[in-house]
Design a protein around this ligand. Structure first.
Ligand code: GLU
Length: 547
C-alpha cells in the first residue's frame, strides 16, 4: 500500500511543518535539574470540584517547591460537552484558594512560550503527527459507523469478552488499499485509529510516582486518535502536549490509571520520552459506617462552590487538603502553627497510595484554628467579602459599621484576653453569630430550664443592680448575689457539697441572663457582651425576656 499517498489523502493540510520543527518551536525548558513541570489539564465540560483542587494543589506544590513551572492547559477536544464559562470558573476557583499558575490558558504574565494552551488551537500539530503515523503504517482510517460499533460491543458483552476495537474486532485494520479509496470516494466519514502493536498477554511493571510499582497490561486497543471532525482525542492530544509543553510530571486522579496502557503505547509510537506519572487516590468519606468515594450526586461538599458559599477560609481548605496529601504535613503544621503552608517541604514520596479520607469535621476544626489567628480587622475583611457576595441586605447594612463589628469580633475572638477563642468556623456561621448584637436581627430562642417565676426574678433582680461600669469581677459578684433570691447556691462549692439543697447554682443564674441577652445558651463572655450592647439595650432585653 502506498502509505505516503494515503497519509496525504487523509490529511491533505498544507500548513503542517516537518516534525523536527516542532522540537525547535518548543525547546527543552531552561530549568534547574530536579525542577518539575506540572500541569492542570481540565476539560471544560463542567465545574471543577474538590478532587480537582486536591490534584491541582499537588501539581502546584510539586512545581513550586522544586523551582519548576505549573501551567494550565484546556483539553477542549470534545466540543459537544463544552460548558460556557468553565475555563473562567477553573481559574477563579483556584485563585480563590491561592493556587496560581505560571503560564497557560488565560494566564497573564507568564512567558506562555509553549502555547497555544487550548487543544483545539493546536490541531495542526496533532494532525502532523497523525499523518506521520499513517505514513509509518502505525495508524489507519476506520469507516465503522456508530451502529456497527454498538453491535460489536453488544456481541462482546454477550460473549463476556473485553469490549472495544481490537484484534479480530478491528474490522478496518485490514482494509485493502482499494477498499479504503472506495470508502473515501463514497464520502464515508472516517476516524483515524492507532494500529496497536500491543498484546494483552504482556504485563509490565510501571513505576508510578505516587503508587510505586504497579503492574500494567499492554494495550491492544486500536483507539481513535483523530475524530471525524479532524480533532484528536484526549489520549492523543495529551501525549503530544505533555511532550511539547515539556511536562516532566503528570499528577492526575487514579481514575486515569485504566488509560495508562494506551498512553504508554502512544508515547512509544510517537517516539517521545514519557513524563513521570503519579496517580492520586480518590477522596473517600465514611457514610453509614462504610467508606465510599465522594460523589457529585450525593455530596455537596465535593463542589468548590460549597466552600465559597459557606464561607470557608481558603487557606484552611488548602491546609486541610495538604494534611490528606502529605502524611507528614500535619505534624509540621502543628510544630509551625504560624508558618504559611508553602514553607512546608512537599514530597511526592509522602503522598498516600490509597483511599484518602475526607472528613468535614476535621476541616471545620482547621478552619476555626486558622480563623482564630486573624486580627479583628482581617476577620472583618474576610467576613465582609463574604457578606458582599452572599450576605443578606441586613448583613450588608450591619457591615457598614466597621468599628462596631470589629469591637464585637475582638470579643468573639478573645483578642487581648488570656486565650484566643475559636468560635468562628466559616464566614456564614460567623456572620450569623453577630446577629444578636443588632436589634433588627436579634431572634432569641428563650429556652430556659427553669420556671417563669425563677426566670423573672433573676431578670428583675439583675436589672435592678446592673451597672455598665462594673468590671468583670464586680459584675460576677452581682450575679452571685442574686442566687439566694431564687434558692440557688451562690458558690459552686456549696452546691457541690449539697446539690439537693438548691434549685440551681450561680452558673444557672448566668445562663438565664445569657439566654435573655443573646437568645442562646452559649456565648462569649456575657459581661463584655452587655458592655458592647450598652445599658439601655441590655435592660430592654432583660425586660423583653420575661415569661
Ligand atoms: N482532561 C483530563 C480531565 O479532564 C485530564 C487528564 C490528565 O490529567 O491527563 O481530567
Amino acid at each position: 500500500m502506498d502509505l505516503k499517498k494515503l497519509a496525504k489523502t487523509l490529511i491533505p493540510d498544507e500548513n503542517l511543518l516537518p516534525l523536527e520543527e516542532y522540537e525547535n518551536i518548543y525547546p527543552q525548558r531552561q530549568i534547574a535539574k530536579g525542577a518539575e513541570v506540572t500541569r492542570l489539564a481540565p476539560s471544560p465540560t463542567g465545574f471543577i470540584h474538590l478532587g480537582n483542587l486536591y490534584s491541582a494543589l499537588a501539581d502546584e506544590r510539586l512545581a513550586h517547591t522544586t523551582g519548576g513551572i505549573f501551567y494550565l492547559r484546556i483539553e477542549d477536544t470534545d466540543e459537544k460537552r463544552k460548558v460556557e464559562g468553565a475555563v473562567e470558573s477553573v481559574i477563579r476557583s483556584l485563585k480563590y484558594f491561592g493556587i496560581n499558575f505560571d503560564e497557560g490558558a488565560e494566564i497573564e504574565g507568564g512567558t506562555n512560550a509553549y502555547g497555544p494552551y487550548y487543544q483545539r488551537q493546536r490541531a495542526s500539530i496533532y494532525r502532523a503527527f497523525v499523518k506521520d503515523l499513517i505514513e509509518k503504517g502505525l495508524a489507519y482510517p476506520c469507516f465503522c459507523t456508530a451502529e456497527e460499533l454498538d453491535a460489536v460491543r453488544e456481541e462482546q458483552t454477550a460473549n463476556k469478552q473485553i469490549t472495544g476495537y481490537y484484534g479480530q474486532f478491528a474490522k478496518c485494520r485490514n482494509l485493502s488499499e482499494e477498499e479504503i479509496y472506495e470508502n473515501l470516494q463514497q464520502g464515508k466519514p472516517f476516524v483515524i485509529r492507532l494500529k496497536s502493536q500491543g498484546n494483552t498477554e504482556n504485563k509490565m511493571t510501571f513505576n508510578d510516582a505516587i503508587k510505586g510499582e504497579i503492574t500494567v497490561t499492554e494495550n491492544d486497543q486500536d483507539v481513535v486518535i483523530l475524530k471525524s471532525d479532524g480533532i484528536p482525542t484526549y489520549h492523543f492530544a495529551h501525549a503530544i502536549d505533555d511532550h511539547f509543553m515539556r511536562t516532566t510530571l503528570v499528577i492526575r486522579g487514579e481514575e486515569w490509571l485504566s488509560s495508562l496502557p494506551i498512553h504508554i503505547e502512544l508515547f512509544k509510537v510517537l517516539g517521545f520520552n514519557r513524563p513521570k506519572y503519579g496517580h492520586t487516590c480518590s477522596l473517600m468519606k465514611v457514610d453509614n459506617g462504610t467508606k465510599r468515594k465522594l460523589s457529585k450526586r450525593k455530596d455537596p461538599e465535593l463542589s468548590l462552590d460549597y466552600y465559597r458559599k459557606a464561607g470557608y477560609f481558603p487557606v484552611a481548605v488548602v491546609k486541610y487538603l495538604m494534611t490528606i496529601l502529605n502524611s507528614n504535613f500535619e505534624e509540621w503544621a502543628n510544630k509551625n502553627p504560624n508558618a504559611h503552608y508553602s514553607e512546608f517541604k512537599y514530597s511526592i514520596n509522602k503522598m498516600g497510595k490509597s483511599g484518602a479520607l475526607f472528613d468535614l469535621d476535621k476541616l471545620n476544626d482547621i478552619s476555626k484554628t486558622e480563623l482564630s489567628k486573624l486580627s479583628a480587622e482581617e476577620m472583618y475583611n474576610f467576613l465582609n467579602d463574604w457578606v458582599q457576595e452572599f450576605g443578606s441586605d441586613l448583613d450588608k447594612l450591619h457591615f457598614e459599621n466597621k468599628e462596631y463589628i470589629e469591637k464585637i469580633l475582638t470579643l468573639i475572638m478573645g483578642i487581648g484576653g488570656k486565650k484566643r477563642r475559636k468560635d468562628i468556623e466559616r464566614a456564614e456561621q460567623g456572620v450569623n453569630m453577630l446577629n444578636y448584637f443588632f436589634d433588627d436581627s436579634f431572634n432569641p430562642v428563650y429556652s430556659y430550664r427553669f420556671d417563669g417565676n425563677t426566670v423573672n426574678t433573676v431578670l428583675d433582680e439583675f436589672a435592678k443592680v446592673y451597672d455598665e461600669n462594673d468590671d468583670n469581677s464586680a459584675w460576677f459578684a452581682k450575679v452571685k448575689a442574686i442566687a439566694p433570691a431564687v434558692d440557688f447556691a451562690s458558690e459552686m462549692s456549696e452546691y457541690k457539697a449539697n446539690p439537693q439543697g438548691f434549685k440551681g447554682n450561680v452558673s444557672d443564674v448566668a445562663e438565664i441572663l445569657r439566654i435573655a441577652v443573646t437568645g442562646m445558651a452559649n456565648s462569649p463572655d456575657l459581661c463584655t457582651i452587655m458592655g458592647i450592647l450598652g445599658k439601655e439595650r441590655t435592660l430592654q432585653r432583660l425586660n423583653m425576656a420575661k415569661i
